[in-house]
Write a protein that binds this ligand. Structure first.
Ligand SMILES: Nc1ncnc2c1ncn2[C@@H]1O[C@H](COP(=O)(O)OP(=O)(O)OP(=O)(O)O)[C@@H](O)[C@H]1O
Ligand SMILES: [Zn+2]
Length: 418
């Protein structure tokens, strides 16, 4: 029997992994140690949407040992333009299960822990505690504050991404600082509350559905989140907190600002002044100004027949005109260019609201004409009708309940939904 085999060191990774991860293991500063760190690491990704999908994809491909995925939503066809782990055949499936399936196909050795419930103040500490690092891939402020407070309480870095339209942001909160002084406060970088002590007004925060998003933009930010996580886990991060801003249409597209140290008076991570209470007892939605008005359902509640018209009634009015009928479409020009009702006139809501009198005067000249205002979902059309009513004497001035989406559902299934 040869004695050499008993003294030969065992490979520290399965042999196949040397081949699989070799391209990254030969990088200076990464090495075998880096791969072992990734293998041992656990990362939880909150949100398996536009940011979460690319982030998960690169974390799984790189060989992070355990990935938690938390999301309560299901895959929709409108997600596939950017949520690149989901597929046509998985439309309707919980996003976390769809993402788990994609990861399994790519790297079967990654342990995936899917959670199909929403993260909230009562479950956050428990759901996030088992992980080394947290990725915020969500799309709303209450969850951002909740994630930040929980990350502070658990002492974990929080890699936060955001993207909308052509723009995105990346920031790691609660980042472990390198060469930190003895000063306790300086051991970690600032938290989300240090930067944004007060939430912006809820109406300022629009969703991707309302404002639009280019898929490749979420790809850029989601990839950067994965990269940031990998740098932190493998010790490649310089430990200097910064806020990175990306604007796809600007030159150069990236800007970065160094962040100030954490605020001693921060109610979450500071040592002075008022502290936040228990996370479990905090109402994050209320803190962020309450629920955003659900305009669509609001539209269904306000049933004032003087002010509003349903899609089927509008169809009748158009087909059996007692009087002249005019359709005013208040969507942005780009959306009007996607599809519109024949014969409709486009006056974008922004223009209309800057000078409603001017447009009302135009309508008044056509006193015999009934005016119906339409938009995409039935929100802006209400604002337009309210503004026009104040200055106009047009006899019939109504907005379409549920907007053109309702038109498509209730009247003409060939009218595009976008
Ligand atoms: N508190 C939360 N817990 C778990 N997942 C969350 C929470 N808040 C948001 N998310 C998830 O974060 C993801 C954000 O991704 P994104 O905005 O790309 O998707 P979306 O909401 O499907 O988009 P769209 O606005 O086009 O419908 C969503 O899948 C959403 O369900
Ligand atoms: Zn703070």
């Amino acid at each position: 029997m040869s004695t050499s085999s008993s003294v030969e060191p065992q490979p520290q990774l399965p042999l196949a992994d040397y081949r699989r991860y070799g391209r990254q293991m030969i990088l200076d500063g990464f090495g075998l140690e880096g791969q072992i760190e990734l293998q041992k690491a656990s990362v939880v990704v909150v949100g398996a949407g536009g940011l979460g999908c690319p982030a998960l994809q690169y974390l799984a491909a790189a060989g992070v040992g355990t990935l938690g995925i938390i999301d309560h939503d299901h895959v929709e066809i409108s997600n596939l333009q950017r949520q690149v782990l989901h597929t046509e055949s998985r439309v309707g499936m919980p996003k976390v299960l769809s993402a788990a399936e994609a990861i399994k196909q790519m790297n079967s050795r990654v342990r995936v822990n899917p959670v199909t419930t929403a993260l909230n103040s009562t479950n956050a500490l428990e759901l996030l505690a088992p992980y080394d690092l947290i990725l915020d891939c969500t799309d709303n402020l209450p969850t951002r504050y909740l994630l930040s407070d929980t990350a502070v309480k658990l002492g974990k870095p929080l890699v936060s991404g955001a993207a909308q339209q052509f723009e995105g942001q990346l920031c790691t909160y609660n980042l472990p600082l390198k060469n930190s002084s003895q000063d306790q406060l300086q051991e970690r970088g600032p938290c989300f509350r240090c930067l944004f002590p007060k939430p912006p007004a809820p109406e300022m925060a629009g969703s991707c559905e309302e404002l639009g998003i280019l898929g490749a933009v979420t790809g850029v930010i989601g990839n950067l989140q994965a990269l940031e996580a990998i740098k932190i886990l493998t010790g490649l991060h310089d430990g200097k907190p910064s806020l990175l801003m990306f604007s796809a249409l600007s030159a150069p597209p990236f800007r970065s600002v160094k962040l100030r140290p954490r605020r001693a008076s921060c109610p979450a991570c500071g040592v002075e002044g008022e502290k936040i209470g228990k996370i479990e007892e905090t109402d994050y939605v209320a803190f962020c100004g309450g629920e955003r008005p659900d305009w669509v359902s609001r539209g269904l509640v306000v049933e004032d027949p003087q002010k509003r018209i349903h899609a089927k009634e509008l169809k009748n009015a158009l087909e059996n005109p007692q009087r002249m009928v005019k359709i005013l479409d208040v969507r942005p020009r780009t959306e009007f260019g996607i599809c519109h009702l024949p014969g409709s006139t486009n006056i974008p809501i922004k223009e209309l609201l800057t000078n409603p009198r001017q447009f009302a005067e135009g309508l008044q000249r056509e006193e015999e004409t009934d005016v119906y205002v339409v938009c995409r979902l039935g929100n802006d059309s209400q604002l337009a009708v309210d503004a026009l009513r104040e200055v106009s004497k047009t006899v019939v001035l109504k907005d379409l309940v549920g907007g053109l989406r309702a038109w498509s559902k209730e009247v003409d299934s060939n009218f595009p939904i976008y």
